[in-house]
Write a protein that binds this ligand. Structure first.
Ligand code: ZN
Length: 493
């Protein structure tokens, strides 16, 4: 049963609200995923971790959760604009690849990084390019309701007309008059009735390689459309939660609301949630500023701004030490502090297994530990407060372990159980050490042993056995190389 009452900050209403799902016991959530044309970076890690926490917590509370996180593989143009080159086809052109090769390459890498950060895979990961028919139908519905028009083979959303009946700008708080005044004349805009209008379908120029037939032209869908379409396809015309980075609030999410209301006649999303941005040494992250750090560079330490490598769990812990709605500044000192803090928690967890309980307990915190952690999570996923309680628990473990305080076996169990529940299951942390050290050594020895057996088989010309071992290891993902002294192997991730 769901006993805890979760409260989340609804960006649409600008206040914290109790989470009441549309269907009791079920929760539907949609989060804008990456446009897969480059390596995953810090900007990808924060929304993925924020909504992983929400996903895990909803599951923990007993909800049956359907979590949809999309993959943008078409229609996202340079500078998030309505004209210009598609980010994916540009990469494909520069690297002489098929656009879908670009998508697959970076999607695989994205998954590897997300996996390293211990982010649970979503329930559904739909691709925009796999939903072109649905997107064409959705545009048709918007046109049938009079909120879109065709112009030279492209279709645009009529923002001003929509705003006369509904409210464009309700999520971002922007005023349409200001937007009308501010819109500059850009290339391609002569097709639009108004500068604030945005593309639902774009006619492909002759050199544009990603194109599909439609009633209006051979072309491709506008970037904002896919989320209206795939969200409602998999979660229903009304669903509970829509998340994403704050940078997507305008125009992406504002346009999404307008599209859904124009097509379906009513609001789709009950709770809009946005994580704040990451800065690096106080500056916005950007390729031109030279402070653009990919997750691989963080994990390996191979970036000029980094003084060392940081483990994926240090990055995760660091991100969780700030509330998701606060800005978060990355810097070596702050990361090293997180690394030390994480070490303290790891050490305390190890120590807690060796503590001998006493007859009595001397600390009142243990009795409140669990309820305090729930209270923090229920308060709009306040992970930094949960972590402060974990540090207090670690302090108590250290005091007891050094003989300066007593703990009963009941209290000790409660302390350990609560600690592990929040640290591992809800915050999604895992021990970095468990994946290395003794386990890794034993696993390396086991692979060596198998390959030695294969060597012996080869020497006695038992090709069946030798091929069997090689093929089986290769199918698991091992790469095996015969050398003049024997063999080399590695595991391809
Ligand atoms: Zn989106």
């Amino acid at each position: 049963m769901i006993e805890q009452q979760l409260t989340v900050y609804n960006t649409l209403h600008r206040k914290k609200e109790r989470f009441v799902p549309i269907h009791p016991g079920h929760a539907g959530m949609y989060v804008c995923g990456p446009t897969v044309y480059g390596d995953a970076h810090l900007g990808h890690a924060r929304p993925a971790i924020t909504f992983d926490i929400l996903f895990r917590y909803l599951i923990h509370l007993g909800y049956k959760v359907r979590y949809v996180r999309n993959i943008t593989d078409v229609g996202h143009l340079e500078n998030d604009a309505d004209s210009g080159e598609d980010k994916i086809s540009k990469k494909a052109r520069l690297e002489e690849l098929e656009p879908m090769e670009v998508v697959q390459t970076y999607l695989n890498r994205y998954h590897t990084s997300m996996n390293a950060l211990n982010i649970l895979p979503p329930s559904i990961e739909p691709h925009a390019s796999g939903h072109i028919i649905e997107q064409i139908q959705f545009i048709q519905q918007i046109m049938d309701h009079g909120f879109a028009y065709e112009s030279n083979g492209s279709v645009y959303f009529d923002v001003e007309k929509y705003n006369r009946k509904y409210h464009y700008g309700k999520l971002s708080g922007r005023n349409i008059e200001d937007m009308l005044n501010a819109t500059r004349q850009l290339d391609g805009q002569e097709e639009k009735r108004n500068g604030v209008d945005f593309a639902l379908w774009k006619k492909a120029s002759p050199e544009h390689i990603m194109r599909w037939p439609s009633p209006w032209s051979e072309g491709f869908p506008g970037w904002h459309l896919e989320c209206s379409v795939m969200g409602t396809k998999y979660l229903g015309k009304e669903f509970d939660i829509h998340g994403g980075g704050m940078d997507l609030m305008f125009p992406h999410h504002e346009c999404e609301i307008a599209q859904s209301v124009a097509a379906l006649g009513k609001e789709t999303v009950h709770y809009w949630m946005h994580n704040n941005m990451i800065t690096i040494n106080g500056q916005k992250m950007g390729k031109s500023l030279g402070n653009f750090i990919t997750l691989d560079e963080l994990f390996s330490g191979s970036h000029k701004l980094l003084t060392q490598a940081y483990s994926p769990m240090t990055i995760r812990f660091f991100i969780l030490q700030a509330h998701y709605r606060s800005t978060l500044d990355f810097g070596n000192e702050a990361l090293q502090a997180s690394e030390k803090g994480l070490q303290r928690i790891d050490d305390a967890l190890k120590k807690s297994d060796k503590i001998q309980p006493s007859e009595t307990s001397g600390n009142a915190f243990v009795k409140e530990f669990r309820s305090k952690c729930y209270e923090a999570m229920n308060d709009d996923l306040n992970t930094p407060v949960v972590i402060s309680h974990l540090f207090e628990a670690a302090r108590i473990i250290n005091t007891v372990a050094s003989g300066n305080e007593k703990i009963s076996s009941g209290d000790l169990n409660e302390l350990k159980e609560t600690f592990k529940l929040f640290f591992y299951d809800i915050l999604g942390m895992k021990s970095d050490s468990s994946a290395s050290g003794a386990n890794n050594e034993a696993y390396g020895k086991a692979v060596d042993l198998l390959l030695n057996v294969r060597q012996e088989a080869k020497q006695r010309k038992d090709w069946v056995t030798s091929d069997y071992i090689r093929n089986q290891l290769t199918s698991i993902g091992f790469e095996i190389k015969d050398t003049k002294d024997g063999f080399e192997w590695k595991l391809n991730q």
